[in-house]
Design a protein around this ligand. Structure first.
Ligand SMILES: C[S@@+](CC[C@H](N)C(=O)[O-])C[C@H]1O[C@@H](n2cnc3c(N)ncnc32)[C@H](O)[C@@H]1O
Length: 260
């Protein structure tokens, strides 16, 4: 099984087929989402650019994602391409999140769910944007990383996943009982295909909360970890990724997940 990679965003409205098991579109998230039909997805599971990585606004807005998120001990020999969209200041980040989360609400059916990654700095911004967009905020999942860099005082070793629903949850959807804290190291070495790649095992657990055999949207697909997890857990996947290098990689990674 392969994953269809669509590179022509303009022509994609004619070629999109949401009954396919997996598709990745190379394009800008809002632009592509606005072309998608309403209520077509069961869930959005996504890891957007955090626009974080520094105590002050200038730290966050003046450095590239690679400069912010690839630590000096792992930078030597790293071949992962940089990515864009990570330099918004606080106000524009919150506004931008409310735009794409509003589109997400439109394309996810009532009763469907959202899982959105963020870090401690941007948690207030993302939770505001999520609710501004009309999602019903239901809780926070903690991803506790085992390999975070120590620092004086408390180690910032966790990232967060905001969990929300489009109105009431489906009465007949009975997800498994899942923990609220996952202690898993971030991908290292060859397993790290993207500057900010999430662990596949974490994504598999998160995906289990969504409708069985449902269609999952990830508008910031990166190296396709959400997509691989979706396929391995028996869901279908539609990914959007602005970087052509990462979109190709995501298409490969999701395609290989069919053989797992
Ligand atoms: C945090 S990374 C996702 C990493 C992914 N979870 C993984 O495990 O590989 C965010 C991705 O969003 C992409 N991106 C940034 N702005 C975008 C936009 N406006 N539309 C689509 N993709 C965008 C970046 O190129 C980057 O690959």
């Amino acid at each position: 099984m392969t994953t269809e990679l669509i590179s022509d965003t303009a022509g994609f409205a004619n070629s999109v087929d949401l009954s396919l098991p997996a598709q990745v579109v190379c394009g800008e998230a809002l632009d592509v989402m606005r072309r998608l039909p309403p209520a077509a997805f069961d869930a959005i599971v996504t890891d957007p650019p955090y626009c974080s990585g520094g105590t002050f606004t200038t730290d966050r807005t003046s450095r590239s994602a690679a400069e912010k998120y690839v630590s000096s001990d792992s930078v030597q020999g790293h071949m992962m391409p940089d990515f864009g969209g990570d330099q918004r200041d606080q106000r524009s980040f919150t506004l931008w999140c409310s735009f794409w989360l509003s589109e997400a609400l439109r394309v996810v059916r009532p009763g469907g769910t959202a899982l959105v990654f963020t870090d401690w700095r941007q948690l207030p911004a993302v939770s505001d944007a999520l609710q501004t967009a009309g999602w019903r905020w239901r809780g926070i999942v903690v991803w506790a990383k085992t390999n975070a860099r120590p620092q004086p005082g408390f180690c910032n070793q966790s990232e967060y996943v905001l969990w929300a629903s489009h109105g009431q949850l489906d009465r007949d959807h009975k997800p498994p009982y899942l923990p609220g804290v996952f202690t898993i190291g971030s991908p290292k070495g060859r397993a790290r295909k993207h500057i900010t790649a999430k662990p596949l095992t974490l994504m598999q657990q998160l995906v289990r909360s969504t409708t069985e055999r449902g269609l999952i949207l990830d508008p910031f697909a990166g190296s396709g970890t959400t997509g691989a997890a979706a396929i391995m857990e028996g869901r279908r996947f539609f990914g959007i990724e602005a970087s052509s290098t990462y979109a190709r990689l995501a298409s490969d990674v999701v395609g290989k997940a069919f053989a797992e």
